[in-house]
Structure formats: C-alpha cells, structure tokens
Write a protein that binds this ligand. Sequence first.
Ligand code: C2E
Ligand code: MG
Ligand code: MG
Ligand code: MG
Length: 289
Amino acid sequence: DLAMYEAKGAGRGRVVVFDQSMHERIADKLALEADLRKAIGAGQLSVVFQPIFDLDPYRLSGFEALARWEHPERGPISPSVFIALAEESGRIEALTRWVIDHAVAQLAQWLHEMPSMSHLDMHVNISSHDLTRPGLVEHVQQVLTRHGLPAHHLTLEITETMLMNDLEVSLGYLQGLRDAGIRFSIDDFGTGYSSLAYLSTLPLDSLKIDRSFVMGMEALPQNVEIVRAVMNLGKSLGKTVIAEGIEQPQQLQILRSLGVPRGQGYLLSKPLKAEQVPALLAVPARSAA
Ligand code: C2E
Ligand code: MG
Ligand code: MG
Ligand code: MG
C-alpha cells in the first residue's frame, strides 16, 4: 500500500504515513501524465494564436502560438500545468515539435492567402529540454522547407530562467538555430538572473518584458523605471523589445512614450483560434489601441 511505508534510515520501526491528500495528488498527477501521453494522438491538443503588434504606428506584426489541452473529462488544463508535466515526463519534445509544425503550417497558409501580410512572424515557446536535444535545428528546418516558410518568419522563445540554468549547453544549440536563420527571443525577461556580460554575446533578436513589470505600470513608478532600463539595454545591445500582458490603455500609452516597439496583451487581443485570424488580417489595425 502506497499510503504507508517504513521510512528508510528513519530509525527502526518508524513508520511514515502519507496524508491522504498527498497520496491523491500523486495518483492524480500520474493519471494526468498518462492522459497527456495520449493527448496529441487523440487530437486533444490545439494551438491558439495571440497577435503581437507594432505599437507605433499600430499594426499587426505577428503571433505567439500557445498550446491548449482540452481534457475529455477535466476540461481545459492550464499550460503552466501540462507544460511542466510534459517536461517532467519526457513528453515535451514531442509536444514542442507538434506545436512548431502546427504554427509554421498555419502562418504559411495565412501568408499564402494574404501576400500583403508578408511581414508577419510566428513565435513558438520552447523549453530548455528542447534546446539541448540534438536534431531540433534539423527538425525546424525540415518543417520550414515543407511549408515553404523562410526561416526569419519563425522566432523561438525561451524563458530567461530556463536559458540561464543551462547556459553553457544551450549556447551551441542557440548558435545553430541562429545560423539557420531562425530568430530567438528571451521570454519573461526580468524574472531571471541574466548576466549582462552574457546577454551581449547571446545570439538573440528580442527581449520580452515579463508581464509582471507591465502590470500596474500606471500606478508603480518603479515598474516604469524597470521597463525603461530594459529598453535602454535592448537599444545598446541592438535587440528588439516586446512588452507582454498589456491590459490597460494607460500601460500602452506609457510603453509608447518609452519607445517600446512591440507588444501583446488582452487590451490588444486575446489569443485567437486559427479560424478567427483571417478576419483580423482583413481589417486594417483597429484604432482602439
Ligand atoms: P508565455 O510564453 O509568457 O505566454 C504568455 C502568457 O500570457 C499566455 O498564457 C497568454 O495567454 C497570457 N497573456 C497574454 N496576454 C495577457 C494579458 O494581457 N494578461 C494576462 N493576465 N495574461 C496574458 P498561457 O497561454 O496560459 O501560457 C502560459 C505559459 O505556458 C506561456 O507563457 C509559456 O511559457 C507556456 N506555454 C504555452 N504554450 C506553450 C508551448 O507550446 N510550449 C511551451 N514550451 N510552453 C508553452
Ligand atoms: Mg512566450
Ligand atoms: Mg512570456
Ligand atoms: Mg510570461
């Protein structure tokens, strides 16, 4: 019985009892992990696309692909839960490849249907496990070739924390992607511990300012100063800056006044299903933002 075991090294006869909730949590996690293994094949995964905009002048610049899992019994599972689960259980590589395939195919189709949209790019999130897996560069190149999409239309995002944890190993792989023409962005920038010395040598194109700094910008001068500092850093390193999590008109106004070139957030658009995107492409940039 899992609920009770004799603790090794805890002294003879000592018994440790799992509380019931811990037992349930472990069983629950194992069940979800097993379900995730089947989810891709069962068609339960999908991708939504959050538009990213140039802020001034305002126009659509691309999309971030975000994975969704609709569990047959439990309903939608949060990406923060199932991405972590996929990483722990060795399923992240398959998931990432599936998202890249899907997102590249989708952008290729939109560009084909709307040649005037040739400036759009697609951002896909990857984890550090993906980055250090041999064959990622080749796989991405194959996908791009199959769909006839030039490499510069694809940006891979990796969180600052993940990148910095594995920096030595990641660097070579990063360079390989860069050499293939694929773009690269640091996600959730400001929440990790980037060494400024490393940042200047990393082969990357953009910094995405974490939502926590954009949040409350209108009320918190220190957040404005952080964003200003990231902008200055980006400028001196020659990297584009993208703000995430723009929810309030005042936040957008401040970001523009600081010269932040690009952004995304619920104010501008929520993540969209693929079928909702052509309507967005057909209409010139909304004036609301
Ligand atoms: P992220 O890459 O930083 O993506 C941005 C997250 O912020 C998304 O959450 C998006 O829906 C949400 N968001 C966008 N605008 C706003 C806003 O104005 N306000 C608020 N409160 N939230 C906003 P989501 O889709 O739940 O994804 C969470 C995280 O899960 C992502 O953070 C990313 O790290 C990870 N993730 C999602 N899809 C994938 C994937 O396909 N592969 C990998 N490796 N990670 C993924
Ligand atoms: Mg991201
Ligand atoms: Mg982010
Ligand atoms: Mg974030």
